[in-house]
Design a protein around this ligand. Structure first.
Ligand code: C2E
Ligand code: MG
Ligand code: MG
Length: 596
C-alpha cells in the first residue's frame, strides 16, 4: 500500500494509520520535510480536506475535516469509510449522506472526467451549507474538499457573501473568533431583557505551552482542534463557543443557569488524554465563570470578571472552576499596584541583598553565603520575596532584577576570603534565555574578578521540570565554564531522585519543610536520609535548609547531610555584617568532592 502522504487520525480513532509500513517509512523519511510542510499547510487551509481511495475509504484528512466530521466511533480497525465519517456531521440527513457518497462514487467511476467545478451543494440547516468537490490526485487517490460555508467565509473564500472580508471564524478550529464574540456579546448585553441571565465560561488550557515547546507548533495546532472538537460536543445549540486566541476559549451561554456545571464538565473532558500525531498528550483546563447581569452590567465588565475568575482558577494551580467574586477584583487592583511599584523599584534602587551563611557540619567552617533579595518600599515597607518574586516572574522583570542580583552579589563576594562561595538564586524565566543568562554570568564574573569556581547558581526543581531540554543545555554550558549548580528546595516538586542524575548538580538543597518536620514526622527523616545517601553516592554536597535548632542540626548531620543553612547559624544579614560573622565562624575549605 502506498503510504498516505500525510496522516492524521482524529481524536478517538485507532492508531491503525499512524504506523506506516517499513518500506514506506524509508521513502517517507526522504520526503519527510515535504510531508511536514504539506501537513502544516493543510492544517492551515480553511478547508476540510480528505483523501479517499476507490472504495471510498479515507487515508488522510486534515484538522478542519476532523472538526467537521466530529466524533467517529466504532472505527477500531481499517480505514474509515466516507459513508461512516459523514455520520459525524450531525446536521446531515441520511439522504444527504447518500447523495454525497453517490456523488463521490460516480466521480471516481467517471475516471475523473467530471469537470473540477462539478460540485455538490448540501445545505446544513438555516444559513449554513457545504460545497463538495472531488478531484483525482493520481495513484487511485481522490481529494475531497468540503467548503464549509463558515470556514470559507473566515478566509473570505466563497460565494460573494464576503461581508467585506470580515472574518468571524477562527481559521484553525472553525470556531467563532474574538470579533464574532464581541459582536454577539454586545448584542446580548444591549438587547437583554430585564429578567435575562447569561453567563460566560472562560477556559484556558493548562500545560499547553509544553506541548507546543516539546512537540512543535503543528502538534499544538492539532491539539487545539481536538480540544475544540471535545468542547463542541458538550455545548448546546444556542451556546456560542469561541476561540479567543492561543489556548483561550470562551463560551457564551444565553441562558446561564448551567454555566458552572458546563465549566466543570469541560475541565473534566479536557483532562483526559489526547492522541496527537501518534503521541498521548495530557493537558488540562481551568475555567472562570461570570453571570450577567450580576457581574456586568457592561459587556466589558462581564468579560473582565470572567477573566478574573479564570485567573483565580489558574492561580489555584489549574484544573478547576472558579465563579467570579468581587474580592477578586480588589485583589487584581492591589496586584496591579504591586506590579507598578515593582517596575519602578529597580530604577529607584529599592532593592538590596541579604546574605545567609552556609556551614559544613564536619569541619564547623563556613563554606559560603546565599544572596537573598530584599525589597524595601517607602510605603509598603519590607515586601517578602515570596510575595514579589512570583509577580516579578510573571511580568518578566525578574530577568533584569536577576541580573542586578548577579552583578551586585558577585561584586560583594569577590572581596570575601577564599574559598568562600556565593550562591545566587536563578529564576526559571532566566533559564529560558540561555544566551542572555550565560553572557550576564560571564560579565558579572569578569567585572567583579570572582573566579567561576566560587559561584553557585541555585535552580528549583520546578524550573527544570517544566522546561524542555534547552534549559538543561544552558546548565551544562554554565557547568562547563566552572560554575556550580545547586538543586534548590529539593523534595517540593515532582522530580525523582533519578532525575537528579540527569544533570551533574554539585549540591542538593533539601527543602526546609522536611527539616521542620524532623522529630515529629517519620517521613521527613526517611526523605532526608535517602537524599543524603543518594548525594553521597554521587559525590554531591547535601545541604539542609531552614535549620533553626541545635537538635535539628544534630539530626540532619546524623542523617548524613554534609552542610546546613538556617537561623541557627545566621539569619540573612546585610553585607556589612559579614566580616563580624566570619570572625565567629572561620571560613574553611570544602571537603566534599564536586561532581561533574
Ligand atoms: P530560597 O532560595 O529557598 O531561600 C531560602 C529562604 O529560606 C529564604 O527566604 C531564607 O530567609 C529562608 N530561611 C533561611 N533559613 C531559615 C530558617 O532557619 N527558618 C526559616 N523559617 N526560614 C529560613 P527569603 O529570603 O524570604 O526568600 C524566599 C525565596 O525567594 C527564596 O527561597 C528564593 O526562592 C526566592 N529568592 C530570594 N532571592 C532571590 C533572587 O535573587 N532571585 C530569585 N530568582 N529568587 C530569589
Ligand atoms: Mg535558594
Ligand atoms: Mg530553598
Amino acid at each position: 500500500m502506498r503510504e498516505p502522504w500525510a496522516m492524521r487520525a482524529p481524536d478517538g480513532l485507532g492508531t491503525a494509520f499512524s504506523t506506516p509500513p517499513a518500506k514506506a517509512v524509508a521513502a517517507g523519511r526522504e520526503r519527510g520535510e515535504g510531508n511536514r510542510l504539506a501537513q502544516t499547510l493543510l492544517a492551515h487551509v480553511p478547508l476540510a480536506v480528505a483523501v479517499i481511495d476507490a472504495e471510498l475509504r479515507l487515508s488522510f484528512w486534515n484538522q478542519q475535516a476532523a472538526i467537521l466530521f466530529g466524533a467517529v466511533s466504532g472505527r477500531a480497525a481499517g480505514l474509515p469509510r466516507l459513508a461512516d465519517i459523514l455520520k459525524g456531521i450531525e446536521t446531515l440527513t441520511p439522504v444527504q449522506r447518500d447523495r454525497i457518497t453517490a456523488f463521490a462514487a460516480s466521480h471516481i467511476a467517471s475516471g475523473d472526467r467530471t469537470e473540477p467545478d462539478g460540485s455538490l451543494r448540501v445545505s446544513l440547516g438555516r444559513d449554513r451549507r457545504i460545497v463538495i468537490q472531488i478531484r483525482g490526485i493520481g495513484l487511485q487517490r481522490w481529494m475531497v474538499q468540503f467548503f464549509d460555508g463558515k470556514m470559507a467565509l473566515a478566509a473570505g473564500l466563497t460565494e460573494g457573501s464576503r461581508d467585506n472580508g470580515d472574518a468571524w471564524l477562527d481559521a484553525l478550529t472553525g470556531l467563532s473568533n474574538r470579533r464574532h464574540f464581541n459582536q454577539i456579546l454586545h448584542r446580548l448585553v444591549d438587547d437583554a431583557a430585564a429578567d435575562a441571565t447569561a453567563a460566560l465560561v472562560m477556559i484556558d488550557l493548562d500545560r499547553f505551552k509544553r506541548v507546543n515547546d516539546t512537540l512543535g507548533h503543528p502538534a499544538g495546532d492539532a491539539l487545539l482542534c481536538l480540544v475544540a472538537q471535545r468542547m463542541r460536543r458538550e455545548i448546546r445549540e444556542d451556546d456560542v463557543l469561541v476561540r479567543l486566541g492561543g489556548d483561550e476559549f470562551v463560551i457564551l451561554l444565553p441562558r446561564g443557569e448551567r454555566a458552572e456545571i458546563l465549566a466543570a464538565r469541560l475541565v473534566d473532558v479536557l483532562s483526559s488524554p489526547f492522541l496527537v500525531e501518534g503521541q498521548v498528550v495530557n493537558i488540562g483546563a481551568s475555567a472562570g465563570v461570570a453571570y450577567f447581569p450580576e457581574h456586568g452590567p457592561s459587556a466589558d465588565d462581564f468579560v473582565r470578571h470572567a477573566d478574573l475568575a479564570l485567573y483565580d482558577a489558574k492561580s489555584a494551580g489549574g484544573g478547576t472552576v472558579r465563579r467570579f467574586d468581587p474580592a477578586m477584583a480588589e485583589e487584581a487592583s492591589a496586584r496591579r499596584d504591586l506590579e507598578t511599584d515593582l517596575r519602578k523599584a529597580l530604577a529607584l534602587g529599592e532593592f538590596s541583598l541579604a546574605y545567609q551563611a552556609q556551614l559544613n557540619v564536619k569541619n564547623q567552617t563556613l563554606t559560603g553565603f546565599e544572596a537573598l533579595l530584599r525589597w524595601n518600599h517607602p510605603v509598603r515597607g519590607i515586601v517578602p520575596p515570596a510575595v514579589f518574586i512570583p509577580v516579578a516572574e510573571e511580568i518578566g522583570c525578574i530577568v533584569a532584577l536577576g541580573e542586578w542580583v548577579l552583578r551586585s552579589a558577585c561584586h560583594e563576594a569577590a572581596r570575601w576570603p577564599e574559598p568562600l562561595s556565593l550562591a545566587v538564586n536563578v529564576s526559571a524565566r532566566q533559564l529560558e534565555d540561555s544566551e542572555r543568562l550565560f553572557s550576564v554570568v560571564q560579565a558579572a564574573l569578569v567585572a567583579s574578578g570572582l573566579p567561576a569556581e566560587r559561584l553557585e547558581l541555585e535552580v528549583t526543581e520546578s524550573s527544570l521540570l517544566a522546561k524542555d531540554t534547552h534549559v538543561v543545555d544552558t546548565l551544562h554550558r554554565l557547568r562547563a565554564a566552572g560554575i556550580r549548580i545547586t538543586m534548590d528546595d529539593f523534595g517540593t516538586g515532582y522530580s525523582s531522585l533519578s532525575q537528579l542524575r540527569s544533570f551533574p548538580f554539585s549540591k542538593i538543597k533539601i527543602d526546609r519543610s522536611f527539616i521542620a518536620g524532623l522529630g515529629s514526622d517519620a517521613q521527613s527523616t526517611a526523605v532526608i536520609r535517602a537524599i543524603a545517601a543518594f548525594g553521597a553516592g554521587l559525590g554531591m554536597t547535601t545541604i539542609a535548609e531552614g535549620v533553626e535548632t541545635a537538635q535539628q542540626a544534630a539530626l540532619v548531620e546524623a542523617d548524613g547531610c554534609t552542610d546546613i543553612q538556617g537561623y541557627l547559624i545566621s539569619r540573612p544579614i546585610p553585607a556589612s555584617e559579614i566580616d563580624a560573622l566570619l570572625r565567629q565562624h572561620p571560613a574553611g575549605t570544602e571537603t566534599t568532592s564536586i561532581a561533574g
